[in-house]
Design a protein around this ligand. Structure first.
Ligand code: ADP
Ligand code: GLC
Length: 484
């Protein structure tokens, strides 16, 4: 197999800059597809956290004016990743969250910042950097979506293009006034181009103008073609149905390995699953939860947003506590949810513990210590926390939507009899259905043999990048230009 060159374009990448699962995927994909004969480099904005870590960087391309100031493209390694970073201080030299200013609102120039990401991605696709001429450009989400759009409108030969939807809720919709700055042909401001509801739509353009579209699970691929879940892009996606494919994410099994994980109180494996309980005990102590290791421990590691459905858990929580359950929550986001869980912990500190914040290391202890991980999302393109839970032997309780439906096998009679169940699904995403799912979990918790079987099935299921990497590599080979 020859080495196929692919440029991945992403606005965040683990471990340098992360707000969610997109960063995990962008960070893990290059090593995963390398095993399939794909040489992937990733183009990212030169945020301070990226520039600071870039070792032995060389300048590969200068821009006299990239959306309002000079810029250069640096090439180098950071945290083991082969990166191109856009060093454009006027756009990216800002600390903290990559999208939001200190006031918690979107940076007012996000249209320019991420047009720059797309522009540079397209330029590299067109051969701007001699040492790396990609045959495929793979853009992630709206922030990178102009790369395939610029490539579509470029003259002469261009690489193949793919775009991955990690979350269709975020679309990059801006006023039409930005169009004049984008440097696209005048004809691009139409419904067949970048125009979207009278403004410009970055994701819309990427979906229309990429050769292929992927999203992060087959079920989400189907859901986003319906008016209920397509967030106004379902019609467009239906017209492109033949180009749409769902590829479930993996998790990095070196980052997530209970046998070697330094963040745990006790390392363990499927063969030594009994030792896992020491992590439960450590987690209960850390969260101030009382009653010992026989109390069923439910946990959550999540952004606190409407998508994640945690208001439903807040509603079901008194019932869960009344039946002896405990909750440990790690999360941040929506103020009302933060306050809701904080109040619940204050009212019943023996039964509810919460850490409001973002803590990568603690997330690992949560996965290793909990009996159950609750993911009551209203929609979930893929979801990674349930994959981590499976690998760590925490039984996922999930709403049967998107990637949650595709990755957890409900412990119904048939699956239990066949010995393949890995968790609990409930539907619809409502407090009542969740409460029923929690009741089923409590029942399973009273059956040690059954609990153990579910945990072991999860730990033995393949949540690695191997399968997904093969699917991405096949996609890249089908798209490569010039062909191999
Ligand atoms: P999303 O990207 O929609 O937030 P995912 O489940 O795909 O959801 O990915 C979330 C990622 O962020 C996972 O790696 C999860 O462990 C991590 N995460 C979310 N919230 C926290 C938190 N408060 N502390 C640590 N890690 C978190
Ligand atoms: C998005 C989705 C999440 C998915 C992640 C990585 O953040 O909300 O479901 O797992 O992207 O693809």
């Amino acid at each position: 197999m020859s080495e196929l060159k692919v440029l991945s374009v992403a606005s965040e990448i683990f471990p340098l800059v992360k707000t969610g699962g997109l960063a995990d995927v962008a960070g893990a994909l290059p090593a995963a597809v390398a095993r399939e004969g794909v040489e992937m480099r990733t183009l990212v904005p030169g945020y301070p956290a990226v520039i600071a870590k870039l070792a032995d960087a060389s300048t590969t391309r200068d821009y006299a004016d990239l959306f309002g100031g000079p810029a250069r493209v640096l090439a180098g390694k950071a945290a083991g990743l082969d990166l191109f970073a856009i060093d454009a201080p006027h756009l990216f030299d800002r600390p903290g969250n990559p999208y939001l200013g200190p006031d918690g609102l979107d940076w007012p120039d996000n249209a320019r910042r991420f047009a720059a990401l797309g522009r540079v991605g397209a330029d590299i696709g067109l051969g701007a950097i001699d040492a790396f001429r990609p045959q495929v450009v793979h853009a992630h989400d709206w922030q990178a979506a102009l790369a395939p759009a610029y490539l579509h409108y470029a003259d002469g030969p261009r690489p193949g293009t793919a775009i991955t939807i990690h979350n269709i809720a975020f679309q990059g919709h801006f006023p039409a006034s930005i169009f004049a700055e984008l440097g696209l042909p005048a004809g691009a401001l139409t419904i067949d181009g970048i125009e979207y509801f009278g403004g410009v739509g970055y994701l819309k353009a990427g979906l229309l103008l990429s050769d292929r579209i992927t999203t992060v699970s087959p079920t989400y691929a189907r859901e986003i073609m319906t008016p209920e879940s397509g967030m106004a892009l379902d019609g467009l996606l239906r017209t492109r149905a033949a180009a749409v494919q769902g590829i479930v994410n993996g998790i990095d099994d070196t980052v997530w390995n209970p046998a070697t994980d330094a963040a745990l109180a006790q390392n363990y494996s499927a063969l030594r699953i009994d030792m896992r309980v020491r992590n439960k005990s450590a987690l209960q102590t850390r969260m101030g939860l009382a009653g010992g290791v026989n109390r069923p421990l439910f946990s959550v590691v999540s952004r606190l947003s409407d998508q994640k459905g945690l208001d439903l858990l807040l509603e079901a929580l008194p019932g869960l506590i009344a039946k002896g359950g405990q909750l440990a929550l790690l999360g941040s986001g929506d103020r009302a949810l933060e306050e809701g869980f904080t109040a619940a912990a204050a009212a019943r500190p023996d039964s509810v513990g919460c850490v409001i914040g973002y803590d990568e290391k603690l997330a690992h202890l949560f996965q290793a210590g909990a009996d159950f991980i609750v993911v009551p999302s209203r929609f979930e393109p893929c979801g990674l926390t349930q994959l981590c839970a499976l690998r760590y032997g925490a039984v996922p309780i999930v709403a049967r939507v998107g990637g949650l439906a595709d990755t957890v096998i409900d412990a119904n009679q048939a699956a239990t009899a066949a010995g393949v169940a890995t968790g609990i699904q409930f539907y619809p995403p409502s407090a009542e259905a969740l409460a029923y799912g929690l009741d089923r979990a409590l029942e399973i918790g009273r059956d040690p043999a059954m609990s153990r079987r579910l945990k072991l099935n999860g730990m033995r299921s393949d949540v690695s990048w191997r399968g997904p990497a093969q699917r991405y590599a096949a996609l890249y080979r089908a798209l490569a230009r010039p062909a191999e």
